[in-house]
Design a protein around this ligand. Structure first.
Ligand SMILES: C[S@@+](CC[C@H](N)C(=O)[O-])C[C@H]1O[C@@H](n2cnc3c(N)ncnc32)[C@H](O)[C@@H]1O
Length: 342
């Protein structure tokens, strides 16, 4: 590309949202026809649907949400738990309520909550769903909920978009708001070599130097260059920025290898189960419990049989002080949520 054109192209790509909205107005007319013909209710505007699924298709929006609820229930069953046993459930990264809309039937006995960085989606949710409460959150923690608030937190296709640094911060935050006996259900693009679609000698096509999901391909496994695969093989984690839109390089697609989840993320929260392809037969599910700070161990003072409370108080903590939630066996190794990435 002519270097003089680049600033112009950058400006267009960074501000594509208003252009998309203009054409979305026309699509909205078509929506009204489809909604009328199918009888679907609670259908968000086209740009909100597009933002969470990369396609405006109403059928996809409806079916994907129904499939999400089924996958959540199956994963909970594997742990002997049921949605109706819970009193507070949080949909972290709820977008425009694609999954929460399928929870209306349990809203009488369970309090439902949704939070997202997309304040426009949250504003729409508030007008559409009278059976759940919503918050917008910032790009960085904290969430606007007290400690130990939720029996279940699910984050569907959210950790598949975070940088390594962001995923650590958000996992620590989810740990804070999870109840001691709660479960956090996260989905991952779990890397296995056979999942990669793109032949080795074909790099991902670029449009003005950028990989654009949707224009190139809708399949996340068609979005990896050889350098990304090398990173996944080596480190077990790769973040591929979209490099487009208002969030620029801060947003993209994140791939995890199972053993990375098992070794790195369990330094923050203990893993209860890992279900390959457990989410809609496409994403892997990690089910995490809560890690709670371990009480500092009192240092024994020679010559005294009972612990000296005063001495123990003034001793600095011996090191990382996170462990599994009460009632459970403590993990083999103490976990340190601030440990550097592997
Ligand atoms: C692919 S969409 C999935 C939406 C929804 N979970 C679903 O399955 O329909 C990813 C969502 O995560 C949200 N998101 C990304 N980072 C987030 C963060 N740090 N906190 C809250 N939401 C976030 C995005 O705004 C978007 O709504």
């Amino acid at each position: 590309m002519n270097p003089q054109m680049k600033p112009l192209m950058d400006a267009v790509l960074a501000n594509y949202a208003p252009f998309a909205k203009l054409s979305a107005g026309l699509v909205n007319q078509w929506d009204q026809f489809v909604i009328h013909a199918t009888g679907y209710d609670l259908i968000p505007p086209v740009w909100l649907r597009y933002r969470i699924q990369g396609t405006p298709d109403i059928e996809t929006y409806v079916k994907a949400g129904r499939g999400s609820r089924q996958s959540i229930e199956l994963a909970l069953e594997s742990q002997g738990r049921r949605l109706t046993d819970m009193s507070d459930i949080l949909d972290f990264g709820c977008g425009c309520g694609r999954t929460l809309r399928w929870f209306r039937d349990i809203a009488g006995s369970v309090r439902l909550h949704g939070t997202d960085i997309d304040s426009e989606a949250i504003a729409w949710n508030r007008t559409a769903y009278d059976f759940a409460s919503f918050n917008s959150n910032g790009m960085e923690p904290p969430l606007d909920y007290p400690d130990n608030s939720f029996d279940l937190i699910y984050a569907l296709s959210v950790f598949t978009h975070l940088t390594e640094e962001a995923q650590v911060k958000w996992l620590e935050e989810l740990n804070r708001v999870l109840k001691p006996d709660g479960l956090a259900l996260l989905t991952f693009l779990g890397y296995r070599p056979e999942k990669v679609r793109r032949p080795k000698n074909q790099p991902v096509p670029r449009i003005f130097g950028r990989r654009v999901l949707g224009l190139v391909s809708m399949d996340m496994w068609d979005f990896l260059d050889q350098s990304d695969i090398a990173e996944l093989e080596d480190k077990g984690f790769a973040f591929v920025p979209y490099d487009i839109g208002p969030l620029g390089k801060a947003y993209g697609i994140t791939y995890h290898r199972r053993d990375y989840v098992e070794s790195r993320l369990t330094q923050i929260m203990p893993l209860r189960a890992y279900l390959p392809d457990g989410f809609c037969n496409y994403l892997d599910i990690g089910l995490f419990g809560k890690a709670v700070p371990k009480p500092p161990t009192a240092k024994k003072t020679p010559g005294k049989s009972a612990p000296d409370k005063k001495a123990a108080k003034s001793e600095p903590s011996a090191g990382p002080a996170y462990g599994d939630a009460p009632k459970d066996e403590p993990p083999a190794e103490a976990a340190d949520p601030t440990a550097p990435s592997s």
